[in-house]
Design a protein around this ligand. Structure first.
Ligand code: 5GP
Length: 335
């Protein structure tokens, strides 16, 4: 057994130090970015926040609403192809999610959605550390050389590099920080998220790739901390859950009798397994929890809070563009 004794940091361990600035107002801050994808060779432009590929978050209605703000959505993997094809969603801001799937299924879905200009793939597995997953990324890259591939999750620089070298443009970083996640409790596995972001961003940028910090943001200040740590994209589950855009007619009608609350659950929770996998397999234990959260109304208000908080954070360190934010930011450790 080896111990890494260097302290590792989480969201609650740090604050961003204020610095002198020439900016007069947060209105001057540009929170959009343009990235050139290292493998796909295309540019991606937008506000680099992504709604998580969970069925309580990454819905078609959410994608339509967030695209109004140039914000991205990773559509959850249980949306029927016909619904995605028929939906009025912007290809510029949508990722289509797969697990380790049959490659012909991925080819079929992406070729069908090509006519909706959707060119972004999210390959999502709980444990991105297997050789099998690396081989799978290589296969998807071979079949789709011009598509943007975001893949994960991992939490360490060695594996961030491996995923990029295998063909990922963006690596999804986060093992265990999610608000509906039980991985740390059930397995003891994890890595404090701010340190994971700092270390994985450094590794990805060295190979001209990008990272998406996934999980653990509970409030707008956490989104700012993730960007300050070097995240190129930040994925949000719980913060985007509970909005009108994530609920069907039945759930909306039942709000009053449920004390205005809804269920937000992990995609490997028993609720999700019962819904999509015909129950929990005997060899598994649930690594996702079910939390009840208050209904929050339309997502517009939350978007304004997140982007307002981010603009203000940029102003506090004198960054007129989000791109400069992490270069200007310094963390102070709280204790
Ligand atoms: P949040 O923003 O709610 O803190 O975290 C969202 C992230 O939690 C998702 O994008 C995903 O990476 C992770 N997640 C979602 N469902 C589960 C689950 O059932 N188990 C685990 N370990 N992580 C989950």
């Amino acid at each position: 057994m080896r111990i890494e004794a260097e302290p590792k940091l989480d969201f609650d361990d740090v604050l961003i130090r204020p610095k002198r600035s020439r900016l007069k107002s947060r209105a001057e801050v540009d929170v959009s970015r343009t990235f050139r994808m290292p493998h796909a060779g295309v540019e991606v432009t937008g506000v680099p926040v992504i709604a998580a590929n969970m069925d309580t978050v990454g819905t078609l209605k959410m994608a339509a609403a967030l695209a109004e703000y140039d914000i991205f959505t990773a559509l959850h993997k249980h949306i029927p192809l016909e619904d995605m094809k028929a939906a009025d969603i912007s290809g510029a801001f949508s990722f289509v999610t797969f697990g380790i799937d049959d490659i012909t299924k991925i080819d079929n879905v992406m070729n069908t959605l090509g006519s909706n200009s959707i060119n972004k793939i999210c390959l999502d597995v709980a444990n991105g550390y297997t050789e099998y997953f690396l081989d799978f990324i290589k296969r998807v890259r071979d079949h789709h050389p011009g598509k943007v591939i975001m893949a994960g999750n991992v939490a360490t620089p060695d594996m961030t590099e491996a995923l990029i070298l295998a063909g990922a443009d963006i690596v999804k970083v986060g093992i265990g920080p999610g608000s509906a996640c039980m991985t740390r409790a059930m397995t003891g596995i994890g890595y404090p998220q701010i340190s994971a972001i700092i270390e994985c961003a450094d590794a990805a940028h060295g190979l001209s790739g990008f990272i998406c910090a996934d999980g653990g943001c509970k409030m707008p200040g956490d989104v700012s901390k993730a960007f300050a740590a070097g995240a190129d994209f930040v994925m949000l589950g719980g913060m985007f859950a509970g909005h009108t855009e994530t609920l069907n007619e039945e759930q909306l009608a039942a709000l009053a009798e449920n004390d205005n609350q809804i269920e937000y659950y992990g995609m490997s929770s028993e609720v999700a397994m019962n819904k999509y996998a015909g129950g929990m397999a005997k060899h598994r234990a649930s690594e996702g929890r079910v939390v009840r959260i208050d209904y929050k109304g339309d997502v517009a208000h939350t978007v304004q809070e997140i982007l307002g908080g981010l603009r203000s954070a940029c102003t506090y360190v004198g960054a007129s563009r989000l791109k400069e934010f992490s270069k200007r930011a310094t963390f102070v450790i709280k204790k």
